[in-house]
Design a protein around this ligand. Structure first.
Ligand code: SF4
Length: 244
């Protein structure tokens, strides 16, 4: 393990923690495994508000995931059309629920509490449309584990900071899972998303106010430092996963 990389990462974790604080502890009130799986699938390529609306529409209409598994696909699409990609998402959700019913003879997946993390990754990767990011969310929000979902914000920020030199979020996930200190994965994930949404933004990073400027390896940071942009906090961080 690269000691210099780990020590830089530890300082970054401390500074993020000092600025954003510790995230909400989900172990006190965990959601069900299927709630998190479906909420995370709905949240792909859309806003938090839209995916939350789609999720609540589904819940109101069907009450249980068993009913969604047997539902007419057009009614599922109608419920979730607010969050985009409704055809693909409706098809994948229904197919996944039907396959799970067949594989486990139940849609109560609380037995996963007994599984090790690696077994849960292996189990869910067999379903179409479920990747390591979604499974990591299940580990955190439903099973109270410490995991590190890597979305576009997390991937971008870690590459700009020079902690990762990777082309895809999946590669970043593979790199990071072994170097984050014990018990710090979810905290780092949560704070990197807030940092990526509010400061190290994709198109217009706020390098002029960045508290990680001295650590950053982003080539254009000097250019962006000259641009004084207002520090505006993005709303609705994690609305769906914190409200299901
Ligand atoms: S200096 Fe700029 S590019 Fe680097 S981490 Fe901070 S906001 Fe992002």
């Amino acid at each position: 393990m690269n000691k210099n990389l780990v020590s830089r990462l530890n300082v970054i974790i401390k500074r993020l923690d000092a600025y954003f604080g510790r995230p909400f502890d989900h172990r006190m009130n965990p959601a069900s495994v299927l709630d998190v799986l479906i909420a995370t699938k709905l949240s792909q390529n859309t806003t938090d508000k839209s995916s939350f609306k789609a999720y609540t529409n589904l819940k109101k209409k069907f009450k249980t995931w068993e009913k969604v598994a047997d539902a007419d696909i057009d009614i599922i699409k109608e419920c979730i059309k607010v969050c985009g990609l409704a055809n693909t998402k409706a098809r994948n959700i229904k197919l996944m629920l039907q396959q799970m019913k067949k594989n486990y003879r139940t849609l109560d997946l609380s037995f996963m509490n007994e599984y090790e993390d690696e077994k849960i990754y292996a189990e869910f990767l067999q379903y179409e449309g479920i990747g390591v990011k979604t499974i990591s969310c299940v580990l955190i929000f439903a099973l109270g584990r410490d995991a590190f979902p890597v979305d576009t914000h997390v991937h971008r920020v870690l590459n700009r900071l020079g902690i990762a030199k990777t082309m895809t979020p999946v590669k970043t996930f593979e790199l990071m899972k072994d170097i984050i200190p014990e018990g710090k994965k979810y905290e780092l994930h949560s704070n990197l998303i807030k940092f990526g949404r509010n400061i190290c933004r994709s198109n217009n990073p706020l390098c002029s106010v960045c508290f990680l400027y001295d650590f950053c390896r982003f080539k254009e940071k000097k250019l962006f430092r000259k641009r004084i942009a207002p520090l505006k906090t993005a709303e609705n961080n994690f609305i769906i996963l914190e409200n299901i």
